[in-house]
Design a protein around this ligand. Sequence first.
Ligand code: SAH
Ligand code: SF4
Ligand code: F3S
Length: 478
Amino acid sequence: MSESAGTDAKRYLVRTFGCQMNEHDSERIAGLLEDDGYERTDDESAADVIVLNTCCIRENADNKLYGTLGHLKARKAENPDLQIVVGGCLAQKDAELIQQKAGHVDVVFGTFNVHRVSELLDEARDTGPITEIWTEAALDEAEAFPSAMPVRREVDHAAWVTIQIGCDNSCAFCIVPAVRGVEMSRPYDQILDEVRTFAADGVTEITLLGQNVNSYGRDLQLAKRQAGDPSARLRPLFADLLRDAGAVEGIRRVRYTSPHPKDMTPEVFAAMAETPTVCPHLHFPLQSGSDKVLAEMHRGYTGERYLSKLAQAREMVPDLAVTTDIIVGFPGETEADFERTLEVAAAAEFDSAYTFVYSPRPGTEAAERVDDFCDPEEVKDRYSRLRMVIERSGRRRHEARVGNVEEVVIEGPSKKDPTQITGRTGQNKLIHFPSGPIKVGSYATVRVTEAATQYLKGELVEVTHTARHRTKIPVLSL
Ligand code: SAH
Ligand code: SF4
Ligand code: F3S
């Protein structure tokens, strides 16, 4: 990120529609544009460049893009110099369709050529609308792991760290492998270098990112073995990485997302338990409780197996919060299948869950099973029954925390009530408490006084660490 380029600089705005990977890609897009002299604006009417970083995980994610593009058409009519850019997973999947449906889009690029954004904008300015989609085959290592690109972080104290891209699983409902490619692990030392660079820059919290993080390193080990290194053990390196990243000086919190239950090992739980900086929070996507549905999804575990791994996690990692993802209405899901999901969810006692109605994604295996699609009314009913089970355990688990004193990181004033500060606990729960201003990114201890389904309330005990201003190490060159 360069210093302010003055008032003549072009202004950009990036809108993110997707998951943490997309948020992180958006930070890179912002970093690249700032490196090129653009300045950020949050005011759409002042923007010279608007980048829509898209998602296609469910149909409503697709619809959101087309809705936004419709609205931007009017903006472009007012300001013909405005450049509209569409990137991300939906662009990777549907580049041609986007151009057909929205002729006013200047640049379409995909998930593998984020680093090209500035050049593409320049080219489009000279020669008109441009679409450039790469596949992973086109990547060299530096391009595959673009954390070597400039990053404009949304907050100073926390950073995403990509450890792996792509996904080698083939969950029958999921479009991600089609748009993010095969699984590739980022070199171990490069990750640790990045964590150290962040820590030197005042970052205290990192989140390790990948679609299947606990298989991190399998491919690296295999490549070493094939290159004749017999010491390379064919096992994932994720547990080692948690320990090493967690030991970097200055790092106070390590989070990760998402692991896959089928690849989860006790080594990972041991690393969580034995590394004080690794937060006691496990996001453990269940998807369904029915063995039949799980098999048809190709998830690689049963309801029982899931619960036994979870029990092991709770046994090994003290005071562990567990969250999950569940899909309702997968093709062929019967009432009995769904009841099993309710049973497993109740037994799992989740702290909270992202629950989704199944959305057919063209090109995926499950989307072909049109005759087995569930009745939407029934799915709606199941969905609300599932929410009740999730919220019941969420509330219970929150209530059990009343009276605890927990360390929280300060996120800022509460969105609803500016006399309150919002913090995040190690278990990843939001907690609101009355206080005068405290610098974002500081740490404080807070006594929990009240519990709701989605958050906690509390009172400040003391500020334990004041965030330091960042030292402006803007560009990571690894
Ligand atoms: N790699 C991650 C998932 C990323 S997608 C993992 O395996 O956990 C995030 C969540 O979206 C998934 O866990 C799943 O619950 C949900 N999801 C994915 N495809 C979906 C679809 N077609 N319909 C509804 N929900 C879906
Ligand atoms: Fe999708 Fe499954 Fe890969 Fe997750 S593990 S990204 S749900 S295919
Ligand atoms: Fe993420 Fe959506 Fe892509 S969930 S990986 S942005 S399809």
